[in-house]
Design a protein around this ligand. Structure first.
Ligand code: SAH
Length: 455
């Protein structure tokens, strides 16, 4: 059995973080990564079911793996993530008998157990080992980068709140990721220290409702306090957090973002709909006016903040008039980015059980496109104001001969230069602007150790 693994990941940043955790554990056990599933002794599918489309992609991967396994019966197949959730494993086992292991989101133990049962790793040896790195990778709740990302990944996603207990009527996540729980700050900080030793300079703290961080922890822990501690880690240049729920956005949090240079002025605070009836049917827990007031509070303290939103079009019973309220709210809010999704009925959610999915598919698509086109116009116009401005960029990678990175406001910027700027904070003079990217000319190293406040 070759000790090679392949991980296929789709879905949210949380899944990316879960895949990173599992990869670093497997590498500590001597597994090497391969990009080709067919060559791997172990294939992991890290799945997403937030919309039907994502679920369908996982099914199609599963069926191609069935053929691979016929060719190579020793191949171990592990299914992970929201498709498995906490309760779906028995039904999935019946449907896909060739899958060897099922793992709930963020839980890697079933695979480690399977490997030890099959003599592919010896937990006793790990416990005895003097190799601290190996012990840490297997036992701790802090994960470093897998080898292939070390020295390469400039940014990393770090889960701080697992699960969700809010239960919006459309959303399957609480059913699949379990109840909300915050990770202890010490674990998070140790993980971030490790990540910076391996080259990471920007961390994104993750939670379904990240602004609820700490509500289940002692000593008044909260996101504002955690952000400050993360920003104090010397090699961290930037910190971001995602996703905020309007009801938990405190002034203390906004003031912390405004008063701590390394915390990027970038707030993802989804509205989901611009009509009170639709919001009530979604059980979001706020009205459109509440949302307006929260954005006003943010903009009063952080006038240039980049505010992002998510929107669902075609939710159960959404009328043309209600959709137009969302459309007008989009014009009013001038968000810096909007993720627009067509409503997709999800099993067991309250909406699936009690409300008809009655907006026709073509109509959902029309609404999505109309909103998307409007938002693109808004961004084209907004970004034009950045022309000839100097922006700070943390360089993440090189693509098609151009260096690329993001500003503190999360705008992608590309520039050409022969130097090695990987992982560096630089200043770029913006020359060309588009809705979703900027290009410019390198002015040089910023010479600072932290994120600045320019757009
Ligand atoms: N916890 C975050 C969202 C997590 S899911 C929040 O409270 O906003 C990411 C996005 O997927 C959501 O913001 C929503 O816009 C979209 N989404 C979730 N369930 C969906 C569904 N059933 N159909 C379509 N989009 C959905």
């Amino acid at each position: 059995m070759t000790k090679t693994y392949h991980i296929w990941t789709i879905g949210c940043q949380m899944n990316e973080a879960d895949s990173r955790h599992l990869s670093s554990q497997l590498e500590a056990l001597g597994y090497r990564r391969t990009d080709t599933a067919g060559e791997a002794g172990l294939v992991v599918l890290n799945t997403c079911v937030v919309r039907q489309q994502a679920e369908d992609k996982a099914y199609s991967r599963l069926s191609s793996l069935r053929h691979e396994k016929r060719q190579n019966p020793d191949m171990i197949i592990a299914l992970m993530g929201c498709m498995v959730g906490r309760r779906e494993a028995p039904a999935l086992k019946q449907r896909f008998p060739y899958v060897d292991v099922f793992m709930a989101p963020s839980e890697t133990e079933p695979l480690l157990e399977f490997l030890s049962e099959h003599g592919l790793y010896d937990p006793e040896r790990v416990l005895d080992t003097r190799d601290k790195a190996l012990r840490d990778a297997i036992q701790d709740d802090e994960f470093s980068l897998p080898a292939y990302q070390r020295g390469r990944s400039v940014t990393a996603n770090v889960p701080v709140v697992l699960g969700c207990s809010h239960a919006c009527t459309f959303c399957v996540i609480p059913y699949r990721r379990g109840a909300e729980r915050s990770r202890p700050p010490e674990h998070i900080l140790r993980e971030i220290h490790k990540l910076t030793e391996q080259g990471v300079r920007e961390v994104m703290l993750l939670g379904q409702i990240v602004d609820r961080y700490g509500t289940d922890l002692p000593n008044g822990a909260d996101l504002a306090g955690l952000l400050r501690r993360v920003a104090a880690v010397p090699d961290v240049h930037r910190v971001r957090f995602l996703t905020s729920h309007p009801n938990w956005m405190t002034d203390r949090l906004i003031d912390t973002v405004a008063g701590t240079e390394k915390i990027c002025p970038h707030i993802e605070i989804p509205v989901q709909a611009g009509n009170d009836h639709v919001l009530a049917a979604m059980r979001r827990g706020y009205t459109v006016d509440d949302y307006r007031r929260i954005v006003e509070r943010i903009r009063n303290r952080l006038p240039d903040a980049a505010i992002h939103s998510d929107i669902i079009v075609g939710f159960c019973g959404e009328t043309e008039k209600q959709f137009m309220d969302t459309y007008r709210l989009t014009e009013e809010m001038q968000w810096d980015k909007v993720h627009i999704a067509k409503y997709s009925e999800r099993p067991k959610t309250l909406a699936a059980r009690t409300l008809p999915d009655d907006v026709p598919a073509v109509e959902k698509e029309r609404r999505r496109k109309m909103l998307d086109d409007r938002q693109t116009d808004i961004l084209e116009k907004k970004n034009r104001a950045l022309q000839n401005r100097a922006v700070e960029v943390l360089v993440e990678n090189r693509y098609k001969g151009k260096w690329r990175g993001r500003t503190p406001h999360n705008k992608w910027v590309a520039f050409e230069d022969e130097g090695d700027w990987h992982g560096k904070l630089v200043t770029v003079q913006v020359e060309k602007t588009r809705a979703y990217s900027l290009t410019g000319r390198l002015q040089g190293d910023t010479g600072v150790q932290h994120a600045g406040r320019q757009p």
